[in-house]
Design a protein around this ligand. Structure first.
Ligand SMILES: *[C@@H]1O[C@H](CO)[C@@H](O)[C@H](O)[C@H]1NC(C)=O
Ligand SMILES: *[C@@H]1O[C@H](CO)[C@@H](O)[C@H](O)[C@H]1NC(C)=O
Ligand SMILES: *[C@@H]1O[C@H](CO)[C@@H](O)[C@H](O)[C@H]1NC(C)=O
Length: 453
């Protein structure tokens, strides 16, 4: 789009820079084919004070909140949306599209010139990249690092209202996005757990991993933010929407490999572009189209056709949930199964484990066994569990199925129930190298020792 370039911007010395930078991000992935772009993901709890039962409890609570957020965001636009028609400035007047929330993995990156280090939540369930912004900040939650300030970055640029990037913002009435006299592109994202961010869309240079710098990435410069309790300063969306990191970079694929839930010291690798590679033995299943429509929701949907427990294929039938499939997600720890499906699964598991049932209420989990002296998942004797995706079977190792509270002497099925959708959580993806092939529209996976990938 050529049209409304704001006069004040034209006058600015940055105009030339803006011209140079704006078209770049779409093909600006460092193109040296041999180059490995690897980011290290840290589990939110690895930097937190909790261990043992407290950690399980927190992960279960977070999984519930996360699934509720995913569900809220997937609700079709015809349903009532949060709206505040205050007639005030910018972001506050926008109808709030709700996005998923409460993610689980953190990534370290840097923004601006000179680069300012920041820790952000990595989220495969939403698209926008944003950070808290001192422009100045009207409302910022506490963060461990100094605030990013546009005025201190030589490569910062505003995104104009008429630009493609601005139009890529979801379902916000254009009138409020581009309301005079504010020349910028206002955004407002509300996440399902009550957290939110608002500000203007801007571009700047981002540095990922060891020295892969990408210029002109669009991000939300958030000057009105709520939530954020995981020591992060913002979020990096990896979803299917046009503003996500992967969409902006135009990468054809990415992969990650989550180290086990009980390992709080080894980070999990994420690979971008040609660095993301699996062996020929990897299995693949197609992504389903987004049932909520292309402009809504950013999720990666898969078709889960059944679950085998032991030798029995459970009569879960078709796709659990009514919204088109199971979402594979990095931000949910414990897999959430549609209520009816979880009941069938839990019965089948309970029938095959010889240990007495125990309460897991203190952990927020529903199927638990008395497992004194913390004998480990193998000794609990949990049956083989296979998820049957369209064209690919995923056999879960027992260590990805059972979570333990050794102090209380209980071992639980690491899954929770949900209403309206199912989500494959990160615990059930652990020690599996998972590749999102965006170009071919398939998800591939193979077992791996993620600490050594
Ligand atoms: C935030 O990070 C600090 C320092 O790394 C740590 O002591 C604290 O427990 C963390 N807080 C949370 C909620 O993770
Ligand atoms: C971006 O927009 C804001 C608000 O309109 C303005 O104050 C600032 O100077 C602009 N920054 C640049 C780099 O153009
Ligand atoms: C995690 O659990 C597995 C399986 O029980 C066990 O072999 C491993 O030692 C545990 N790791 C840590 C760091 O506790």
């Amino acid at each position: 789009m050529t049209s409304p370039i704001v006069p004040s911007l034209m006058a600015s010395k940055r105009w030339l820079l803006l011209c140079l930078l704006l078209p770049l991000p779409f093909f600006a992935v460092p193109s040296n084919p041999g180059r490995v772009i690897r980011l290290d993901l840290t589990h939110v709890d690895a930097r937190g004070p909790l261990a043992g039962a407290g950690r399980v409890r927190r992960a279960a609570d977070r999984s519930h909140r996360r699934v509720n957020g995913l569900l809220a965001a997937a609700t079709p636009p015809s349903a009532p949306t949060l709206r505040s028609d205050g007639g005030g400035a910018g972001a506050a007047t926008a109808a709030a599209a709700v996005h998923a929330s409460t993610a689980t993995y953190l990534v370290d990156l840097a923004i601006g010139t000179p680069p300012l280090a920041l820790t952000a939540v990595l989220d495969t369930g939403s698209d926008l990249i944003w950070t808290q912004c001192d422009a100045p900040c009207r409302r910022c939650f506490p963060q461990p690092a100094p605030l990013y300030a546009p005025a201190r970055s030589a490569t910062y640029a505003n995104v104009s209202c008429g630009s493609k990037l601005c139009e890529a913002l979801p379902l916000t009435p254009r009138s409020s996005r581009c309301s005079a006299p504010e020349p910028g592109c206002a955004y407002y994202y509300s996440y399902g757990d009550g957290s939110s961010t608002g500000g203007v869309l801007a571009t700047d240079a981002f540095t990922f991993g060891s020295a892969a710098t990408v210029h002109g990435l669009a991000f939300g410069c958030g000057t009105d933010n709520l939530g954020g309790t995981d020591n992060s300063s913002g979020l990096v969306g990896m979803g299917r929407g046009p503003l996500s990191l992967v969409s902006q970079l135009g990468v054809t694929r990415f992969s990650y490999c989550f180290t086990p839930f009980n390992d709080t010291t080894t980070s999990s690798p994420l690979f971008l572009s040609s660095s993301a590679r699996l062996s020929p033995a990897a299995k693949s299943t197609p992504f389903l189209p987004n049932p909520a429509g292309p402009r809504r929701g950013s999720y990666y949907y898969l078709s889960l056709e059944g679950i085998t427990v032991g030798d029995t294929l459970l009569p879960i039938g078709g796709v659990p949930g009514h919204r088109g499939g199971l979402i594979i997600d990095s931000g949910t720890t414990f897999t959430a199964l549609e209520e009816r499906a979880l009941v069938v699964l839990a019965r089948a598991v309970a029938a095959r484990v010889a240990l007495p049932l125990a309460t897991g209420a203190h952990l927020g989990l529903s199927l638990c066994f008395a497992a004194p002296d913390g004998r480990g998942p193998e000794a609990v004797g949990v049956p083989r569990l296979v998820l049957h995706f369209d064209g690919a079977d995923m056999e879960l190792p027992r260590t990805s199925v059972v979570v333990e509270d050794r102090v209380a002497g209980v071992a639980c099925l690491g899954m929770v129930s949900a209403r309206g959708m199912s989500v494959l959580g990160s615990m059930q993806q652990q020690n599996m190298h998972i590749l999102y092939d965006i170009e071919r529209g398939v998800l591939s996976f193979e077992p791996a020792n993620c600490g050594e990938v």
